[in-house]
Design a protein around this ligand. Structure first.
Ligand SMILES: *Cc1c(COP(=O)(O)O)cnc(C)c1O
Length: 371
């Protein structure tokens, strides 16, 4: 049996006609930059998330960059985030001359531990970027309480978490701003790069719209130095088609996750593989289903031999990246993040997986970890 980590062709086959008609329509309309599909998608996303404003942009990485640019921050200001995340979370901070300050994660959820944030707040701290890793929201209430107490902005990195909830509230709508990614492997993925920001703040929404067109409003008058970061009309058309299916796809991912976890239990390997733990307050959307095993690389090789695709998210935590050597961190500074980086392995979880495929993956994993 062959089980790839992600099979986008299975999804494409399901909606091929709808997608191709939408693409052809935009191609013929020729409104390629900020065309009507972009505005339509933004209002569809407003409805989906419940955010007052949604502003699309060129990528999830740019969404993080734009969110920080929209804040009143200057070089040297400190932004607290998780070291166990995709590079863009830390990269966006550093690119603006801001200082990434890390707080370790909770190993149960892989999300930043609010107590670690509290320990890192200084007079220069301006914002917290909690990452909703793998599709599960960070513990937002204590984070929002800390932010309110110290007058900090909260930028939710919801790149992996569109549709996830925390106490019934949607990812990206609880903080000052939320950032989403439409990278093809995300739950809502385009045919290329794309991203969006959400906010309930009218003034920030206006500023973000100006920042994504070089800081220009009216045209050729520049109040700020912005960037060129727009979502292509053609991508917006594709994402509008896919958004209609998103809830069903996320539901299918949840069912797949439940099947894996039940299977690991029945095979008696639950304690050996540490299936993901879903916090009772959270609606998890399983952008990834990540297990944790000490001999991870051996397991990965064996799964590959069995035709099973896996991935390591993420092998090197941010504080140990060469480009952040100037922060003078050492191995051992964030033990939970380092342990996750050494032990975690993402299994196939996409919506179209069959029960047979899931059982095959779970049985193969169980056999390997018992060896
Ligand atoms: C994917 C991702 C991003 C960046 O999104 P892109 O659209 O690829 O630029 C940022 N943060 C996290 C946690 C991500 O998973």
């Amino acid at each position: 049996m062959n089980v790839p980590l992600l099979d986008l062709r299975a999804q494409y086959a399901q909606i091929q006609n709808e997608l191709e008609a939408a693409v052809l329509k935009t191609l013929r309309e020729t409104k390629y930059i900020l065309g009507p599909e972009v505005t339509e998608l933004e209002s569809n996303l407003q409805r989906f998330t419940g955010a007052k404003h949604v502003i699309t942009c060129a990528s999830g990485s740019d969404a993080l960059l734009l969110a920080l640019m929209a804040l009143d921050v200057k070089a040297g200001d400190e932004i607290i985030t998780s070291p166990y995340t995709f590079f863009a979370t830390g990269g966006s901070i550093a690119r603006l001359g801001l200082k990434p300050v890390f707080g370790d994660i909770n190993l149960d959820t892989y999300n930043i531990d609010p107590k670690q944030i509290a320990a890192k707040i200084t007079a220069r701290t301006k914002a917290i970027i909690p990452v909703h890793l793998f599709g599960q929201c960070a513990e937002m209430q204590p984070i929002l309480d800390l932010a309110a107490k110290h007058k900090l902005a909260v930028i939710e990195d919801a790149a992996q978490a569109i549709g996830a909830t925390c106490k019934g509230q949607q990812a990206g709508t609880m903080g000052t701003m939320g950032c989403f990614s439409f990278f093809p492997s995300k739950n809502l993925g385009g045919a290329g790069d794309g991203g969006a920001l959400s906010t309930n703040d009218d003034a920030l929404a206006e500023k973000l719209k100006i920042l994504r067109v070089h800081g220009s409003k009216p045209k050729y008058d520049h109040q700020f130095v912005g960037v060129n970061s727009r979502l292509d009309t053609i991508q917006a058309a594709i994402l509008r088609v896919k958004l209609k299916h998103l809830s069903a796809w996320s539901e299918a991912r949840r069912n797949n996750a439940d099947r894996y976890t039940a299977k690991f239990k029945s095979l008696g390997v639950e304690k050996l593989v540490h299936p993901p733990i879903c916090h009772p307050d959270c609606g998890h959307i399983y952008n990834q289903y990540t297990i944790r095993v000490p001999r991870r690389d051996t397991l990965r090789e064996r799964l590959q031999k069995g035709g099973i695709g896996t991935e390591i998210y993420y092998p090197v935590p941010l504080h140990l990246q060469k480009c952040f050597a100037y922060l003078s961190h050492r191995a051992g500074d964030f033990p939970n993040s380092e342990r996750a980086a050494n032990e975690s392995l993402a299994l196939p979880i996409y919506a179209e997986l069959t029960a047979e495929q899931i059982d095959y993956v779970a049985e193969t994993v169980a056999r390997c970890v018992k060896m």
